[in-house]
Structures are given as structure tokens and as C-alpha cells.
Ligand binder design. Structure first.
Ligand SMILES: [Mg+2]
Length: 131
């Protein structure tokens, strides 16, 4: 178990929270993700603009930490190897969204590369029932 996972397990165990139902943790991840999203309500600032906004960055750090802590809570209690699942998923995503195709459009979109190519691949996968 890695350092952060050990710390999370200890934090849960000390509080008697080491028997939480996974559904409750999933709900909490979603609730905290909504709190993170709320920070961006009615704004559309760029990455650089956001990084310069110290107040916003403080709020983002707080809510992102909440999301990550609940995500690690779930992983630790279900004995999931976070390093392994992240690496496996990254490999899947790399294949699903080839870098050459995504990079081609990312600069023009000044964002995620959410171009027609990205959406086409995503929608094809959804139609096939893949994640
Ligand atoms: Mg929160």
C-alpha cells in the first residue's frame, strides 16, 4: 500500500469509517465533484486565467482534495490498487484517443481537444457500449 493510501486508511480507521458502504462513498464523490463544478458556474476562464486567480485556486484545491479523498476512501476500502487502475485506464484512453488526432485539434480549440474527432470517437464508443 502506498503512502497516501496508508494515511487514508489510518484516517478512516481512527474515526470508525472503515466500513462505509461503497454507494455512500460514490455519492460523496459526486457531491464533492459538484462543489468543484460550482466554482466554475457562469465562468469560462482559461487555464492561465484560472491559475492567476488565487482565491479561485484556493477553492479548487479544497474541493479537489475532497474529491480525491473520497476516491481514495473507496479504493482503500475496496482494496483497489489505484496505481494499477490508473495506468490501465490511461493505456485504454491513449488507444481510444490517439495523440496525433487529438493534438491536431487541441490548439485550435484552446482546450481539451474536444473537436469533432474527439466527439466522433467518444460517440462511437458509447454506441458500442464501452466506457
Ligand atoms: Mg467540499
Amino acid at each position: 500500500m502506498k503512502k497516501i493510501e496508508t494515511q487514508i486508511y489510518q484516517y478512516l480507521k481512527e474515526r470508525g469509517w472503515d466500513n462505509l458502504a461503497p454507494a455512500n462513498i460514490a455519492k460523496s464523490i459526486s457531491i464533492e465533484a459538484a462543489e468543484l463544478l460550482e466554482i466554475f458556474q457562469w465562468t469560462n476562464n482559461s487555464l492561465e486565467e484560472t491559475k492567476k486567480d488565487t482565491q479561485k485556486m484556493a477553492e479548487i484545491k479544497k474541493e479537489l482534495a475532497d474529491v480525491l479523498i473520497y476516491a481514495f476512501d473507496m479504493a482503500v476500502l475496496l482494496e483497489i490498487d489505484t496505481q494499477k487502475i490508473i495506468e490501465e485506464k490511461l493505456e485504454q484512453v491513449k488507444k481510444k484517443y490517439p495523440a496525433v488526432l487529438m493534438r491536431k485539434n487541441a490548439k485550435a480549440q484552446s482546450g481539451s481537444g474536444a473537436s469533432s474527432e474527439y466527439l466522433k470517437i467518444k460517440n462511437d464508443y458509447r454506441r458500442k457500449g464501452k466506457s
